[in-house]
Design a binder for this molecule. Structure first.
Ligand code: PNS
Length: 167
């Protein structure tokens, strides 16, 4: 299929690191689009523990073990999300919602992005209930304190996260 005829979605985030919650959204969103781009923010306002390259590598490693995710691509971005979305040939932003507490910030972000670029819409996936308590921050906290992160992050990257957090 020609790139200009493709339905392309962008799932942006810090992914510091990828969790099972993120992976679930990637799996579900990848079915809606011909191509799903996971956009990893280069200079997150949040102080990232994992370097840009490490965050991207963890996502790519996770994608590589699931052939169903062949239409998912990981790209770093910096600057405005709407510019990245436009330059990627996409017009849809994908985000996950875990709880009502996420909603306020997500609504503000979606409205701001819509204000800056009328042609770009944000769609939300309700997080699967089994992942609703997950966040990158709690994963780092559990791993740093020697707890088990099995079942919280993709199995293939458990060891990488453990090693990083015990550095
Ligand atoms: O995983 P996160 O940290 O909640 O993702 C936030 C992200 C990357 C989607 C957001 O911070 C973002 O889009 N940053 C890029 C700069 C930008 O476009 N800002 C205006 C919209 S908030």
């Amino acid at each position: 299929m020609k790139e200009e005829n493709m339905r392309i979605g962008v799932y942006p985030g810090s992914f510091d690191p990828l969790t099972n919650g993120h992976l679930d959204i990637i799996k579900r969103a990848s079915k809606l689009f011909d191509k799903l781009i996971v956009g990893v923010l280069r200079n997150s306002a949040k102080n990232s523990i994992f370097t840009m390259e490490e965050r991207v590598a963890l996502i790519n490693k996770t994608l590589s073990v699931d052939p169903e995710l062949h239409n998912v691509e990981v790209i770093m971005f910096e600057g405005l999300l709407v510019d990245f979305v436009k330059n990627s040939g996409a017009s849809t932003i994908v985000r996950g919602l875990r709880a009502v507490s996420d909603y306020e910030y997500e609504l503000q972000m979606a409205m701001l992005n819509k204000h800056m670029c009328e042609d770009i819409d944000t769609i939300f996936f309700m997080t699967d209930i089994k992942n609703s308590f997950l966040s990158s921050s709690i994963i780092k906290d559990v791993a740093k304190n020697g707890g088990s992160i099995l079942g919280l992050v993709p199995e293939v990257i458990v060891e990488d996260i453990r090693n990083k957090m015990s550095e």
